[in-house]
Write a protein that binds this ligand. Sequence first.
Ligand code: CA
Ligand code: CA
Ligand code: CA
Length: 180
Amino acid sequence: MDHYSRKMHKFFTLLDADGDDVLTLADFTAAANRAATAFGWSPASDESIAIRQSYTALWQEVYAPMDLDGDAGLDFHEYLTAHRKTILGLPDGYQRVQPVAQAFLQLADTDGDGVLTRAEYVTTMNSAFGLPEEDGEHAFDQLDAANAGALSFGEVHRAVEGYFCSEDPAAYGSALLGRI
Ligand SMILES: [Ca+2]
Ligand SMILES: [Ca+2]
Ligand SMILES: [Ca+2]
C-alpha cells in the first residue's frame, strides 16, 4: 500500500468500531457511545445526545455518500476510491472532510480556552476515535512543531487537511494519527 492508502486505512480502521471491515451507521453510534462513556456522560444527558447527533451527521454527510453500491455499508475500496476522487487534490476537497475536524474540536477543547493541550489531544483522540495513547503522543509531538505545548484550532484544521488532502509523507498533518 502507498502512503496515502495506509493513512486512509488507519483512519478507516479507527472508524470501524465493530471491526467487521465495513463502515455503517452502527459504527458511528457505537463510537459516540464509547466517547460518551469515556467522558463520563450518562446516556440520556444533553452531552450524550449531542455527540450521537454529531456522529450521525458525520456518517450521513461525509461517509454515506461514498457508498457507491448502495448497500448501506462502506468497504475500504469504496472509502479509498471516494477519498481519491473527491477529497485528495481537489480545491474544495477539505470542505468534505472538515466535519471530522469539527467533531473532534468540539469535544477536545475541554477547558474552552481555544487551544488543545497535549492531554486534551491525546485523551480526546483516544475517546473520540479509539486512537491508542502512544499514537496520540507521537502525533502531538509532530504537530506541535514549535514546541508551544498546545495546538491552535487552525493547526488542527491544517493537520487534518494535510492528512486527508495530501499524498506527501512530509506534509504537515501526516502524523495526525501517529505513526503510519
Ligand atoms: Ca463496521
Ligand atoms: Ca457499499
Ligand atoms: Ca484547551
